[in-house]
Design a protein around this ligand. Structure first.
Ligand code: HDE
Length: 720
């Protein structure tokens, strides 16, 4: 029997594959069939004469139609709507003290990644702007195997045990009798479920916050959610939570805006991601970790294994260790974004699981789902899912096998094949599971340490800015107003009186429920038939931390306008010199400036030049932009005053609290808008309200960087 000559050489299989080796480019090529036959006519089927029936013999037509008939595969049961991009992860601080994972040890290496963002509840063709949790899944193609961080943009989850996942998803998906509503949690079955599941309280607070209506994927945080383990070279384990913090800050849109975007551009997030990358404005995140030594497992007032809890950053700071950059759009949506198969069980040596009962259930589910979605256990051979390592094992056959394994041996141990493929020693990078000591009875139940369902829901609410709190109250009011059963509306209001009484009273008044006078008793519907309700009664506990700064998006504003969309309203006679100056200054900082005019023809400038519009008032809308600017030029201003769409554009931007800029001689246009009712002296300095009327580009730029002026909304809403 042949022996391995590689002693202690780590890792054994070092030849890395080219991840894009299956791409083809048809430029300058001749068309052929799937069998390689060159095609002479791709426009006409084979017929019995000019006007005769099509012949069954036409194998070219049959191949084309058959392929087309089978183009669709089942969409994901959850996270069906998604968008993806390629990129790279660069480690900046080695974590070798905590983990032996190579890609987290060596700061000189870059790891290729593929990221897929998604919305959970809607179908593949649903809108990007639904109020929903967003998936944030990252595949790291490391030389030690693929590591998938399959997380969300919210750091916790609705349920504590995988057993409840199908119930949760059945409740939130469109109702089964009529498949209504699409991609929305605002309906009876979802809130019925919530009213009986106190463990969802914390997550519901996040889902009702503006985190659930992000401005863009590049302005979302990412979280691994569960507590994982790091294992170092010595076999020592630390608990770890993963964070991704966007360099652009965490930002959202307004709810009224989200609903309108869903009509104007349902691909809003997808388009933004695509255009940012095409324009070289690469989305970036810092990867951070919260690390807890094993000895501290029980020192917190919550259970580290409970996926409905965060570790407040005040208790365990997030250490930034590297940067994730998305820099390449997929070549083919289906081949890459649709066929990518993530799995929280795809780990590498140095990373391991904890006993979080939600994570444990996920470890089964993902391979299972790929088998029905991608149709074969060979889904790992699809280029986007391939490891950079060549695969040597004794797995064989099945649908659509690509790899051709040579020889007659496909079992282990063997002598006939010289014992190949050999097993890797731990010193060669071979994986072993962390040896956790377990000594307990087998039970079907829930740990008492999981019964505090409210303390962190309260912490979250108390950490929000006033505007954010108002948005949460409005979101609850909106969602519950669409629940048709008064009993459920009342139950939800009573339930959330345990988070904040004033909040519950506000919502109750909006939805015709009885405002609770005190925190009301909570119903727990998840009690086993023979269980004692007392054993499952939520513990109404208080968090020792009253506020946590990292929980409010208002604290994440960064001084940047990168990736912001800015509309400039123009008509014939516009001051084109002013527009060109504005455009070049803002573009230089990574913003995307678009010129909007009454029609698409070139616009004549007042100084003899001309400008080419990007869009018209017909196909553009203020909800698709972060800010709006009105340049001067008397003729242009007069034309805009007579354009109801231009007036509406600016009114709506004002309603959604966006930065509005104008050259001095454009102020007369603003006088025609609703802004004049709200701001008496439009010529004065109103920059604190995000309205800049002196043509100062720097002040306008700073206002765009602030993202939104929510205080305008607090004063009163503007019709738009
Ligand atoms: Fe998933 N989840 N999930 N999930 N999940 C899927 O896998 C599941 C959970 C998450 O862009 C499915 O390939 C169960 C938590 C993301 O392709 C499926 C449970 C978190 C994505 C599945 C959970 C997630 C999925 C559907 C409870 C945040 C999209 C298609 C035990 C940490 C990945 C697929 C992509 C996708 C099952 C809970 C995140 C059915 C059973 C918690 C980002 O296998």
């Amino acid at each position: 029997m042949a022996k391995s000559t590689k002693k202690n050489s780590k890792p054994a299989n070092t030849k890395l594959a080219d991840l894009s080796k299956n791409t083809v480019d048809a430029t300058d090529q001749l068309m052929n069939t799937d069998q390689g036959l060159l095609i002479n006519d791709d426009h006409n089927s084979l017929k019995a004469g000019d006007r005769g029936a099509t012949l069954l013999e036409d194998f070219i037509l049959r191949e084309k139609i058959t392929h087309f008939d089978h183009e669709r595969i089942p969409e994901r049961i959850v996270h069906a709507r998604g968008s993806g991009a390629h990129g790279v992860f660069k480690l900046t601080n080695s974590l070798s003290k905590y983990t032996k994972a190579g890609f987290l040890n060596d700061t000189s290496k870059e790891t290729p990644v593929f990221v897929r963002f998604s919305a959970v509840a809607g179908s593949r063709g649903s809108t990007d702007l639904a109020r929903d949790v967003r998936g944030f899944a990252v595949k790291f193609y490391t030389p030690e195997g693929n590591f998938d961080l399959v997380g969300n943009n919210i750091p916790i989850f609705f349920i504590q045990d995988a057993m409840k996942f199908p119930d949760l998803i059945h409740a939130v998906k469109p109702e089964p009798n009529n498949e209504i509503p699409q991609a929305a949690s605002a309906h009876d079955t979802f809130w019925d479920f919530v009213s009986l599941m106190p463990e969802s309280s914390h997550m519901i607070m996040w889902a009702m916050s503006d985190r659930a209506i992000p401005r863009s994927f590049s302005m979302m945080e990412g979280f691994g959610v569960h507590t994982f383990r790091f294992i170092n070279e010595k076999g020592v384990s630390h608990f770890v939570k993963f964070h991704l913090k966007p360099l652009l800050g965490v930002h959202s849109v307004a709810w009224d805006e989200a609903q309108k975007i869903s009509g104007k551009d349902p691909d809003f997030h997808r388009r933004d991601l695509w255009e940012s990358i095409e324009n070289g404005q690469f989305p970036e995140w810092d990867l951070g970790v919260q690390i807890v030594p094993e000895k501290d497992e029980h020192k917190f007032e919550f259970d580290l294994l409970d996926p409905t809890k965060i570790i407040p950053e005040e208790l365990v700071p997030v250490q930034i260790v590297g940067r994730l950059t998305l820099n390449r759009n997929p070549d083919n949506f289906f081949a890459e974004t649709e066929q990518v198969a993530f799995h929280p069980g795809h780990i590498v040596p140095g990373i391991d699981f904890t006993n979080d009962p939600l994570l444990q259930g996920r470890l089964f589910s993902y391979t299972d789902t790929q088998l029905s979605r991608l149709g074969s256990p060979n889904f790992h051979e699809i280029p986007i899912n391939r490891s950079v390592n060549t695969i040597f094992n004794n797995q064989r056959d099945a649908h659509m096998r690509q790899q051709i394994d040579k020889g007659k041996v496909s079992y282990s141990p063997n002598s006939l094949g010289g014992g190949c493929p050999f097993l890797a020693k731990i010193s060669e990078g071979g994986f072993t599971s962390h040896q956790e000591r377990i000594d307990s009875s087998k039970i079907r139940g829930r740990s008492k340490s999981f019964l505090d369902h409210f303390s962190q829901a309260v912490l979250f609410y108390n950490s929000q800015s006033e505007a954010e709190k108002q948005h949460i109250k409005d979101a609850f009011s909106f969602e519950l107003s669409l629940v048709t059963v008064p009993y459920i509306r009342q139950k939800v209001v009573d339930h959330f009186s345990n988070v904040n009484l004033e909040m519950a009273q506000y919502i109750a008044k909006k939805i015709g429920a009885v405002p609770p006078k005190k925190p009301m008793a909570v119903t727990n519907g998840a009690i086993p038939a023979d269980g004692n309700p007392k054993d499952y009664q939520p513990v109404i506990a208080k968090s020792s931390i009253e506020q946590s700064a990292s929980l409010s998006m208002a604290n994440t504003i960064k001084n940047t306008i990168k990736g912001r969309q800015i509309a400039v309203l123009i008509a014939d006679g516009v001051d084109e010199t002013s527009v060109n100056k504005l455009k070049s200054k803002l573009n230089a900082e990574g913003a995307m400036v678009k010129l909007i005019a009454p029609i698409l023809s070139p616009v004549k400038g007042m100084n003899g030049g001309s400008l080419t519009p990007d869009k018209t008032f017909f196909n553009a809308a203020s909800v698709l932009f972060d800010a709006v600017y009105i340049p001067g030029g008397t003729k242009s201003i007069d034309a805009l005053k007579n354009q109801p769409d231009a007036i509406h554009f600016v009114n709506e931007a004002f309603r959604h609290c966006k930065a509005i800029g104008a050259d001095k001689d454009a102020v007369s246009f603003l006088q025609q808008t609703y802004i004049a009712n709200k701001i008496e002296k439009l010529n004065a300095d109103n920059s604190a309200l995000g309205v800049i009327t002196n043509g100062n580009i720097k002040v306008f730029r700073d206002a765009v960087a602030s993202h939104r002026f929510w205080e305008r909304e607090m004063q009163s809403k503007v019709p738009a």
